[in-house]
Design a protein. Structure first.
Length: 302
């Protein structure tokens, strides 16, 4: 059974201290799909304009990604422009041209409605809830959101969160959503809103997962070359949910391995612009780095 992902498919223009990329493939659903497809089949639901051609679609071809739910509308594809300073954890959104994304009403094809794993990318919480109304009882619903929705549609977001199993957000978003500065208190408040599991992303400082069993921390992999952090969060989500779908389990040891797999995939994403590194990635490279993660934090007690 495939993983259903609903989210943005975009052109990104990104500037970092190390270079610039113009109108390259981006969007939450793109990063998620390619990362998750290493572990399980993926069904992508999104929208693109008539400027999205074969060159861009090639990223999804030859992988286990079904794009029959990728709608095409007259007009231009969603375009996001972002800029990073040397502090790669802080990014500035220079502009967001919604284009056809403004009219996005996710229609889940009949063949995807029984998906056991669903990823709700960062879109309007009303649309996220609408997606959940179109699917039969999934085993795991994972969800991303952002400050724009937390402050703009708080009631709607609360309704969506009641139906979410795993929420993946950054620490600033967790503070904003809960009204708590301390992340442990924030996690308790957010878990009471619905998500049994909360994954707090802290960029180059790694992630913290809060679940029924307590908390689990994973560092970001120490890399010599970090080029562009765009998409790292969605790539993490793809590795995380892909791993869970492949494992077919959600006990604590599996959740922990999923966090490390998410971190592994995200560490490759940031090594190049757009999806460039992910598209060259091989399964043996993933498995090697997954093992290095174990060595990174392993220590013996006396
Ligand atoms: P991430 O770095 O994982 O948070 O995600 C970056 C991706 O999110 C980029 O490829 C953008 O195209 C996409 N993105 C940026 N802003 C939005 C938005 N408002 N809605 C949906 N996707 C967005």
């Amino acid at each position: 059974m495939s993983i259903l992902v609903v989210g943005s498919v975009a052109f990104d223009t990104v500037e970092t201290p190390f270079g610039k990329a113009e109108k390259v493939l981006g969007g939450s659903a793109s990063f998620f799909s390619v990362a998750a497809s290493f572990f399980a089949p993926v069904s992508l639901v999104g929208v693109v304009g008539d400027d999205f051609g074969e060159k861009e679609l090639a990223a999804f071809r030859g992988r286990d990604i079904d794009v029959s739910g990728l709608e095409r509308m007259d007009g231009k594809t969603f375009h996001w422009r972002g800029k990073y300073s040397y502090d790669l954890n802080a990014r500035e959104t220079v502009c967001t041209d919604l284009n056809v994304f403004e009219f996005f009403k996710p229609k889940i094809p009949a063949a995807y409605r029984e998906s056991r794993h669903v990823f709700l990318g960062n879109i309007d919480p009303v649309l996220q809830l609408d997606v959940l109304a179109q699917v039969e009882k999934p085993e795991i619903v994972a969800c991303d959101t952002m400050n724009f929705w937390i402050s703009g549609k708080p009631e709607e977001l609360r309704k969506t969160l009641e139906r979410v199993d795993v929420l993946l957000i950054n620490d600033a978003e967790a503070r904003q959503l809960s009204g708590e500065w301390n992340v442990v208190k924030a996690a308790r408040a957010i878990r009471a809103m619905g998500p049994r599991t909360l994954v707090l992303k802290k960029g180059e400082h790694g992630v913290l997962m809060f679940s029924d069993a307590g908390s689990f921390a994973a560092p970001a992999y120490p890399l010599e070359d970090v080029f562009d952090p765009t998409g790292a969060g969605d790539t993490f989500a793809g590795g995380f949910l892909g791993y869970l779908a492949g494992a077919g389990d959600v006990d604590e040891p599996t959740l922990r391995k999923a966090v490390i797999m998410g971190s592994t995939l995200a560490s490759f994403c940031v090594e190049a612009f757009s999806l460039d590194r992910l598209l060259r990635l091989t399964r043996p490279e993933i498995d090697d780095r997954f093992r290095l993660f174990k060595r990174l934090t392993h220590f013996e007690t006396l």
